[in-house]
Design a protein around this ligand. Structure first.
Ligand SMILES: Cc1ncc(COP(=O)(O)O)c(C=O)c1O
Length: 384
């Protein structure tokens, strides 16, 4: 559809994909009065469905209390939620820097890493996406980097895990560069195909970082908040990052929000040095209220029991498909030659992330089991 008064993201404007949205219900988008089951959590952010009442109500309640604060304001909600987030990250302390999006979390993590190390170069993977702002897109390796390429003189690509299983080539990159500030990795690259690295590879990268005094930034904008089945993605691989970037599921998409967790050594560095990072809507109370409700929901035993059952069935079903698949937690890629198009799925009542030779699924974490089973039958038929 053409002629909108607003831009369409990541598209040629003429003929860019849009669709009418009349309303949303728990797990469905209504478009021209047709129901589409959301199997992608929209863009991986709607982890708790499309009308998560517990988040909406927490935001409404906060709105009745207060919603405008100064970035430097100290209030009970800010202190309480931050302590709880640090507690659930469970990496011996640390400190949180708040943002309003994934890209901003990445920007601030990169800035902190450069301020901390006094170095500039960042190592990153080619199949990766870290956000659309200049700094975040410069470490991004997928097609979205290729048209802008700004700041790329400070990004170096590391070999892919299958090109360097013993990390000998990557090790040489560490040894031959004295300007390395950080490595940034999506714990599992999500939108580039759910490329699940081995624990050994990830731990090997962490070891190289430790040996060479380089910081490890894990981008968990998709992987955080149980998307990989563990509270945070790094816990699935026994990692100890120096910085973690968060967004999307942090508020289930209800309020734009994000965060960066930093380890003690990073935040202690800024005790006597200016932390040259900030934003007007830092630690916004509506975001904090939403996050508080998300953390409470995630700790709930009945949610955890449901998630365990859903993930078991999800994995079993996806892996039963004849296609090549990759599944971790509530995130899956199905490789398909001549894949049905996004519209084919849409017309069959399913909203998925459809790419050239694969589809990616990221269902709501609270999707009822019977609805998943019913949906899987449809999916199976479409893929046959
Ligand atoms: C891994 C990862 N990092 C960062 C971002 C950027 O997040 P945002 O779109 O909220 O800026 C995304 C968005 O898809 C992402 O998938």
């Amino acid at each position: 559809m053409n002629g909108h008064p607003f831009y369409i993201t990541w598209s040629k404007q003429k003929g860019g994909l849009t669709y009418p949205m009349d309303k949303v219900e728990d797990h469905f988008i209504y478009s021209n009065n047709e129901k589409k089951l959301d199997l992608s959590s929209i863009s991986y952010q709607a982890s708790f469905g499309l009308r998560p009442k517990f988040i909406e109500n927490a935001v409404k309640k906060q709105l009745d209390n207060f919603s405008i604060v100064a970035p430097k304001a100290v209030f009970e909600l800010k202190t309480k939620v931050t302590k709880e987030l640090i507690n659930q990250i469970d990496l011996d302390g640390g400190k949180i820097f708040y943002t309003v999006s994934g890209a901003e979390s990445v920007e601030n993590a990169l800035k902190m890493a450069r301020l901390y190390t006094g170095k500039k170069t960042v190592l990153a993977r080619k199949p990766s996406y870290h956000g659309g702002t200049l700094g975040a897109v410069s470490v991004t390796g997928d097609w979205r980097n290729q048209s802008v390429q700004t700041l790329d003189q400070w990004t170096l690509r590391i070999p892919e895990p299958n090109e360097d299983t013993d990390l000998s080539k990557t090790s040489k990159i560490f040894e031959s560069n004295s300007d390395l500030a950080a490595v940034i990795l999506e714990t599992v690259p999500g939108n580039n195909g759910v490329l699940i690295p081995t624990k050994e590879w990830l731990q090997g990268i962490q070891k190289l970082c430790n040996t060479h005094g380089v910081l490890l930034i894990l981008d968990e904008v998709i992987c955080g908040f149980y998307r990989l089945g563990t509270p945070f993605g790094f816990q699935s691989f026994d990692l100890r990052p120096d910085l973690i970037t968060l967004a999307k599921g942090i508020t289930g998409g209800v309020i734009p929000f994000g965060a960066v967790w930093t380890s003690d050594k990073i935040h202690e560095h800024f005790n006597d040095i200016v932390l040259s990072c900030g934003l007007t809507n830092y630690a916004h109370p509506l975001g904090l209220a939403a996050l508080e409700s998300v953390l409470k929901y995630l700790s709930d035993q009945s949610f955890q029991k449901h998630l365990e059952e859903l993930l078991k069935e999800f994995k079993k079903d996806i892996e039963s498909l004849p296609q090549r698949t990759r599944v971790i937690g509530a995130l899956a890629a199905i490789d398909i030659k001549n894949a049905p198009t996004w519209k084919d799925f849409w017309d069959a009542g399913l909203s998925v992330i459809a790419q050239k030779d694969r589809i990616i699924l990221a269902p709501h974490l609270n999707l009822p089991l019977d609805l998943w089973k019913e949906t899987f039958k449809k999916l199976e038929k479409l893929l046959a």
